[in-house]
Ligand binder design. Structure first.
Ligand code: HEM
Length: 411
């Protein structure tokens, strides 16, 4: 029997402030939940929410679920004339995350080489130097905001350097990146959408100039490397290259900010874990995995059913949307012992914060490296205490601290 739950409302501020008790109830009582669509207009098909680790992991790997609506429709929708298309969605349609094989496979192969462990290892000194430079100003100040003053500028400058965006333009890029986060969240107003379309025009025009400059004068960056892949039948066209730069800028930034600030919070809240983190640098990577598990920066991602599928006695029909609660799966007691406890030595830790299957996060090695370096340096330099109550963002899909004010503590 299905218990009707009114408690699961992704727009309830109490849920957003602390979704984990609600996730626990849903996992136990209605793990394959038929709910309301998060955005008005998405009413043609049913909308499901999955909470259990095994269900979420299975759907992420199951080719009967995908990212595009077209394979779930009997007749393809008539093409929209270019003048009537929304610039943001036009660009988004070229993102790796939005594609299905074989297009996805082709793009992913072109991008993979830019994010190998070797590339990330070579970036480590840059990450450490930027973090140290920021801290050399922040530590003497005695108090600061981990989100705005540390994690945000650090991750933005690292991903911008990798892509080939000059440091002088970071303020503009920061605004664009914030707009993308708002558009891609589940609650999207018309104003947000209009801002997203404006941003797309400005950002793509800006990137077009950089691409032209790199064509004329190659540099040592991703744009230059991807330009080499723009020729030939299977290569990238310029619109695709630009869309991928926007995607990487966004994907590589917001989420990593949230990892670093949530990691700092968890360490300050758990002094025994902080002591271990300091004493055992060999645990840095497993610690980062634990922070990602406990406060997954991407709490939810959605798939569309390409076929009728039965899950826990419920029939998900072709065309239905299925929102996978990564944040709920990552605290499932069936998959993790004592799931609400922070244990930076936890092994194995097969969390789903980076997804699974063909869309598994391209930037996972970079995110883990950045998170580890940023947190090691932060706590190596001083003791920190939480200054004022941390504030979480009001978004649902992307969850992170809006602000984490800290003050120098006593050792
Ligand atoms: C803590 C940081 C990060 C987290 C938690 C994270 C999480 C995720 C998740 C959950 C997915 C899969 C989404 C889905 O299947 O629907 C994903 C995909 C992706 N991520 Fe990340 N990500 C992070 C950092 C990065 C970085 C640093 C980059 C690049 C610079 C990046 C680039 C991508 C790309 C390109 C995809 C799409 C891959 C594909 O479709 O094949 N991410 N990420």
């Amino acid at each position: 029997m299905i218990t009707r739950l009114t408690a699961f409302d992704i727009f309830d501020p109490a849920f957003r402030a602390n979704p984990y008790p609600v996730y626990a109830t849903m996992r136990a009582r209605d793990p394959v939940h038929r709910g309301r669509p998060p955005t008005p207009g998405d009413h043609d098909f049913a909308w499901w929410y999955l909470f259990r680790y095994d269900d979420v992991a299975a759907v992420l790997k199951d080719p009967r679920f995908g990212r595009a609506i077209a394979p779930a429709l009997d007749a393809p929708a008539p093409p929209v004339p270019p003048a009537e298309r929304e610039p943001f969605w036009d660009m988004y349609a070229r993102w790796t995350l939005a594609l299905e094989p074989p297009e996805h496979t082709r793009q992913r192969a072109l991008l993979n080489h830019a994010f190998t462990t070797r590339v990330v290892e070579a970036l480590r000194p840059t990450i450490a130097n930027r973090a140290a430079a920021l801290l050399s100003d922040l530590v003497p100040r005695g108090d600061f905001d981990v989100v705005a003053d540390y994690a945000f500028p650090l991750t933005l400058s690292v991903i911008a350097t990798l892509i080939g965006i000059p440091p002088r333009d970071l303020d503009r890029v920061k605004e664009w990146s914030l707009t993308i986060a708002a558009v891609l969240d589940y609650k999207r107003t018309w104003d947000v959408m209009a801002a997203g379309n404006r941003m797309t025009r400005e950002f793509t025009a800006y990137l077009r100039e950089i691409v032209a400059a790199r064509r004329a004068r190659p540099g040592d960056d991703l744009i230059t490397n991807l330009l080499a892949a723009t020729d030939g039948q299977r290569g990238l066209d310029e619109d695709e290259l630009i869309a991928l730069c926007v995607m990487l800028l966004f994907a590589g930034h917001e989420t990593t900010v949230n990892l670093i600030s949530a990691g700092a919070l968890l360490l300050m809240e758990n002094p025994d874990q902080l002591a271990l983190f300091r004493a055992r640098p060999d645990l840095t990577d497993t610690a980062v995995d634990e922070f990602l598990r406990l406060h997954s920066p991407i709490q939810a991602t959605t798939r569309i059913a390409y076929a009728d599928v039965t899950l826990s006695d419920r029939i998900i029909r072709r065309g239905d949307s299925v929102t996978l609660l990564l944040g709920a799966a990552n605290r499932d007691p069936a998959a993790f012992a004592d799931p609400d406890r922070a244990d930076i030595a936890r092994r194995p830790n097969r969390h789903l914060a980076f997804g699974r299957g063909i869309h598994y996060c391209l930037g996972a090695p970079l995110a883990v490296a950045q998170g580890g370096i940023a947190l090691q340096l932060l706590f190596e330099q001083a003791d920190w205490e939480i200054n004022t109550a941390p504030r979480w963002s009001e978004t649902f899909g992307f969850r992170g601290l809006q602000s984490l004010s800290v003050a120098r503590g006593r050792r």
